[in-house]
Design a protein around this ligand. Structure first.
Ligand code: 0L1
Length: 260
């Protein structure tokens, strides 16, 4: 349990981040005026997600962040971070995406897993790989609520790891998808292009599943049948701009949205 800040402060920080997201107005780093640790940060995140649920949103899955060596080094950490996705964040493949819903969003090309059954993080015998049944190409739209992207590790966890929106391509049964540990990934956004490999996701997206199980054990985050797992970015994030943005993962297919 958190020791550094009170429950009232947790609630106040969640309210501040929620107001920033709903009003599309950035906010200074929480660390500017609060000292809080990573346990507190996950408590703020839980309170933030609870505010969304109180408005009628449903948790549809989880996302991992800091899954590349470069991002971990930049933030000076050796752990991945986990955030929550909701149905309000889901954008259909091929649909329009309104740029005005964000503060300063960026897009990341990813791989998504689908959970076929509930995961029991307390059972040491849990085989997370056996809990997934399908894979899909994915686009994640991250939108840090912090002014000028200036945030600490704890800040970004409190801000639900910048989770903002996501789109999924067609699911492919795991058995048909084959080994996805090193597939070419291409993000196209107008003239901007980012190319990479699924290997940038902790060496292989499947490692993200194991890292997720570990995080869910430590952070008491439930994982339920039907939920989506966004495994992490395969390239650096690209600023979101009007026009069609697409992600193609070799052998898995593609997903796109039209940013307006
Ligand atoms: O990459 C991620 O999804 C984690 C959040 C990164 C923080 C940000 O750049 O907004």
């Amino acid at each position: 349990m958190s020791t550094a800040i009170t429950d009232a402060t947790v609630a106040a920080l969640a309210e501040r981040l929620d107001a920033a997201a709903t009003s599309r107005t950035d906010t200074p780093s929480l660390a500017d005026d609060h000292t809080f640790d990573i346990d507190d940060a996950y408590a703020v995140q839980a309170a933030l997600v609870a505010r969304r649920e109180a408005r009628g949103e449903h948790v549809t899955g989880v996302k991992l962040g800091f899954t590349s060596k470069a991002k971990m080094a930049q933030m000076g950490v050796s752990d991945v971070i986990v955030g929550r996705l909701t149905d309000a964040m889901r954008v259909a493949d091929g649909a329009d995406l309104d740029l005005s819903r964000f503060i300063h969003a960026k897009a990341e090309p990813e791989v998504a897993y689908r959970l076929a059954r509930d995961v029991d993080p307390d059972d040491p015998a849990t085989d997370i790989e056996a809990c997934v049944d399908a894979l899909a190409p994915a686009l994640e739209f991250i939108d840090s609520r912090y002014r000028d992207f200036r945030f600490t590790y704890e800040d970004v966890v409190a801000d639900n790891t910048s989770a903002s929106a996501y789109a999924l391509g067609a699911w492919r049964p795991l058995a048909d998808a084959g080994d996805v540990s090193n597939r070419a990934v291409r993000l196209l956004s107008g003239p901007a292009e980012a190319v990479g490999s699924t290997a940038a996701i902790l060496g292989s997206p499947v490692r993200a599943l194991h890292a997720l199980l570990d995080m869910c054990r430590r952070r008491r985050i439930p994982l339920r049948a039907g939920q989506v797992v966004l495994a992490g970015a395969a390239t650096a994030a690209v600023p979101l701009a009007p026009g069609v943005i697409s992600c193609d993962v070799a052998g898995l297919g593609s997903v796109s949205v039209c940013v307006k």
